[in-house]
Write a protein that binds this ligand. Structure first.
Ligand code: 26V
Length: 844
């Protein structure tokens, strides 16, 4: 038998061939041997799984080649540690990256034709099953192991690492329940558990032989070992086993398949047996349940952590498994751990994995008997830390009391790191105890806390923010004292998104148009989109562009009708805000603008305006009352304006439920206007802003996060800018900002707020939205009222621009043409060169 090769010389090999006939035969084989089904009785889900396994076989082949090459070369490897990876559906993306989308579409079509032939024959059947690739793609349960931007960024970076052929492992947690699904009942958000594993997950490979014990609780003991060395022993109160589950991540048009290794918690067998032997059978079962709880559920990342000790256990659990795994792999080739930092570049995705600093010290010092100084040198050289927020309340800190209960040995190590670190600080700033207090790893201002960001800063040799403005503000504010101490550690890495998922896969219409014009190498080198600039003067191209946008809008309109019952006009301006619901993101500023239009239209139904459809999407953290009230407000406004005969021709409001990666892929292509309206200085970067712009939406936004750089790239004439700058925001706050003055001095704004308070949108409960209105009038932390006039004025300019179809199309094309910078390939190239010092390894 000839062995199939990845260079595809053996196209007909059923397990790895890429021809239509090989794929078709493989689907049938998998249906039979894996699903135990034959075509006439198979369900759509059977076909989906058979196809997924067909693709997986082809992935595995590349993955094994990749692993063998890395092992042989001992390649330096990036380890991306992240509590979240928001992969979204895998099938479509894998087809694109493998370059077999059209072949699979064809193979599925042929299978359908075969089925139709069989239908004519008597006997059992699956009732004229409609079989096409789109239906099969719909079947997939998405992997929702993240909250939003931070987790999706990790997934985009995995795609780019593979595409750039950089050896990498993503390490994280295999949550049994990912991000909840959102339903809307009477305008309120309801959370539904995400049972994504119920029908099996064809993309993961369990690795029961790759398992590590993770200790919790108990106490520590000091002793002198046989070589006369002073040692510490940790005697835990319980031990949990972590099992590896791997998901291959294939790059675009390359043979590199890296992988994501997610850890699942299980009870430690020895522990079970111990209880069993002393007769405590139910105790042993209890223990099993407790252990497995660790990887049960994903926590919201935007809710305070009070009382969430399971979250600390999750963080330590996955970090410990990952570091133990890196050491295991390392010791397959080397004898001493002295070169650990030469083999690995480990990136901490926010502070969630920052306990890794103490854990690597523990593993090197306690488990591998390295001396402290050498272990510290290795640790510092190993880690890089990415900060993802400027909100001080979002910085993770854990009560010392909780820490000492769960991780007693780590607390000792952190104290030791702190003591040595503060010695340096005291030498540098003699007598400055304020500096010491602010830099210390322990917050001692009240109840004592371990500050995870400080631990990450001290234990890493590089610290980066995720957009130019964010990185600058980090050095001036949140991490200023660290910057003053170590300016050379700080740099910026502006976020990026993968064009494969967020344009090629999600927007085939625009992709085809672009490729017809400039060829397809832009998919790997997004800067090539610049060539589209010339096309703005080509009326035929502009016409096609409008058509592609229109078709995407028609398709979303059908989705909206199906999901909400609301009929929208695809000719209207689609004005979209889709992201987590948060006060600082100011969905309620958008709502105030809608109300202002509504009130104007009520007074004068004839006013000239571009008809608009306002579309919102986004989840609120389950415990975030104000965010949930904003969802209710949006739905209540929708109820009124969508049914009022005076306005319903010009104004529609839609809350699209359950915004996630999959729905995002439907929404981004159809947006005309992208709302990026956070208070300046609050949004670290944003990545939705990039996804919308890459799909030809124009941005209305503040000078916040990566908006600043988007504006720089696309030009001020192609961007709707409004609002205070970050500097103006903090100045205004210092001077004593009075929202009430804004309210009193602006009759239009007053009318809008009064209408909410009067119960116009909640006639059965007029006081329903008082908490929102009151907070705006009393302190307005996010400066909505200050930015309101410039926002409304800017929106007027948007309407004017949209009425001029040619002008709008030009701006839309130029936006796409100038988005090259925001590819995650660019971001990853910068990380590789400036932080990780890793080189590509070609897999042939
Ligand atoms: C956490 C918390 C915790 C306490 C209450 C308020 C709050 C608000 C936000 C967060 C999330 C912090 C981490 C995070 O998800 N950051 C996001 O990372 C994205 C990727 O870099 C970036 O585009 C977003 O701007 C940033 O919010």
């Amino acid at each position: 038998m000839t062995k199939p090769t990845i260079s595809q010389t053996n196209d007909e090999a059923v397990r790895t061939g890429l021809s239509v006939s090989a794929i078709k035969q493989a689907i049938l084989d998998n249906l039979y041997y894996l699903q135990a089904r034959f075509p006439k009785v198979a369900s759509l889900n059977d076909y989906y799984l058979a196809l997924a396994y067909t693709v997986r076989d082809r992935l595995l082949y590349r993955w094994i080649q990749t692993a063998q090459t890395y092992l042989a070369k001992g390649s330096r490897t990036v380890c991306y540690l992240s509590a979240e990876f928001l992969l979204g559906p895998q099938l479509g993306n894998n087809l694109i990256n493998m370059g077999i989308y059209d072949e699979v579409k064809m193979a599925v079509k042929e299978l359908e034709l075969d089925l139709l032939k069989q239908e004519k024959e008597p006997g059992l059947g699956n009732g004229g099953l409609k079989l096409d690739l789109d239906c099969l793609l719909e079947q997939e349960k998405k992997t929702g192991l993240g909250n939003g931007g931070l987790g999706r960024l990790a997934a985009c970076y995995m795609d780019s690492l593979s595409t750039l052929q950089v050896p990498a492992i993503g390490y994280g947690i295999r949550y049994e329940f990912g991000i909840f699904n959102q339903d809307i009942h009477s305008g309120w958000q309801m959370e539904i558990t995400d049972k994504w594993l119920r029908l099996g997950n064809p993309w993961e490979i369990p690795r029961p032989e790759i398992a590590f014990d993770v200790n919790f609780g108990g106490q520590t003991e000091r002793f002198i070992d046989s070589k006369g060395r002073y040692q510490v022993r940790w005697i835990p109160s319980h031990v949990v086993k972590g099992i590896a589950y791997d998901t291959p991540i294939l790059g675009y048009q390359v043979n590199t398949a890296n992988f994501l290794r997610l850890w699942k918690a299980e009870a430690c067998e020895s522990f079970d047996f111990q209880s069993f032997n002393v007769g405590d059978y139910y105790g042993a079962v209890d223990q099993k349940v407790v252990s497995e709880n660790i990887t049960k559920v994903l926590y919201p990342n935007d809710e305070p952590l009070t009382g969430k000790q399971l979250r600390l256990q999750q963080q330590y659990f996955f970090v410990s498994c990952s570091l133990q795994d890196m050491i295991r792999i390392y010791l397959q080739r080397e004898h001493s751990l002295a070169g650990f930092h030469q083999k690995y570049a480990v990136q901490l995705n926010d502070t969630h994995p920052s306990i890794a600093v103490a854990e690597l010290m523990r593993l090197l010092v306690d488990e591998h008997q390295m001396d402290w100084e050498q272990a510290w040198e290795i640790t510092e050289q190993t880690f890089g830390y990415t900060n993802h927020t400027l909100l001080p309340e979002a910085l993770e800190k854990w009560p010392v009391s909780l820490f000492s209960q769960i991780l007693p040995r780590h607390l000792e190590i952190i104290y030791e790191i702190n003591q040595r670190f503060l010695n340096i600080v005291r030498k540098r700033y003699p007598g400055d105890e304020n500096k010491v207090r602010s830099l210390s790893l322990i917050d001692e201002s009240g109840e004592r806390y371990v500050r995870m960001a400080n631990l990450a800063c001290v234990g890493s040799h590089v610290i980066n923010g995720v957009a130019a403005l964010h990185s600058k503000l980090l050095t001036q504010d949140l991490l200023k004292d660290f910057y003053d101490l170590w300016p050379e550690k700080f740099n910026n890495k502006t976020n990026g998104i993968t064009p494969r998922r967020f344009l090629v896969l999600s927007n085939p219409g625009l992709t085809q148009l672009i490729t017809n014009r400039i060829g397809d190498s832009w998919i790997k080198n997004l800067d090539e989109l610049r060539q589209l600039e010339e096309a703005v003067d080509d009326p035929a191209f502009c016409h096609e562009w409008r058509r592609a946008k229109y078709e995407a809008k028609v398709s979303l309109s059908a989705q909206i009708k199906a999901r909400t019952g609301i009929v929208v006009d695809p000719e209207s301006l689609f004005d979209v805000q889709a992201k987590r619901i948060h006060l600082y993101k100011r969905q309620h500023l958008n709502a105030l603008h809608i109300i202002s239009i509504y009130l104007k239209l009520k007074k004068n139904p004839q006013i000239e305006m571009a008809p608009r459809t306002f579309i919102f999407g986004g989840k609120a953290a389950p415990g975030y009352f104000m965010a949930k009230l904003i969802i209710k407000l949006i739905n209540s406004i929708a109820d009124v304006v969508n049914t009022d005969p005076a306005t319903k021709e010009k104004l529609r409001v839609v809350f699209f439920p359950n915004f996630n990666v999959k729905n995002g892929q439907r929404i981004y292509p159809s947006a005309d206007l992208s709302e990026q309206i956070s208070t300046a200085g609050k949004e670290a970067s944003g990545t939705g802003n990039m996804k919308f712009a890459l799909n030809g939406a124009l941005t209305i936004g503040t000078l916040d996060g990566a908006n600043v750089e988007i504006l720089e790239e696309v030009g001020a004439e192609n961007f709707f800018l409004f609002g205070l700058t970050a500097e103006e925001v903090s100045k205004k706050k210092q001077e004593g900002y009075s929202p009430y003055e804004q309210y009193q001095s602006n009759p239009e704004l007053r009318e809008v707020l009064d209408s909410i308070r009067s119960g116009l949108f909640s006639p059965d409960n007029p006081g329903l939205f008082n908490p929102l209105v009151d907070s705006l009038l009393s302190h307005d932390e996010y400066m909505l009222l200050a930015d309101y006039p410039s926002y409304v004025e800017c929106q007027r300019k948007v309407s004017e621009a949209y009425l001029d179809k040619e002008r709008w199309t030009r701006m839309s094309i130029l936006n796409v043409a100038r988005m090259g910078k925001f590819s995650s390939d660019r971001a990853i190239r910068e990380y590789c060169q400036e932080i990780w010092n890793v080189q590509p390894v070609v897999i042939d």
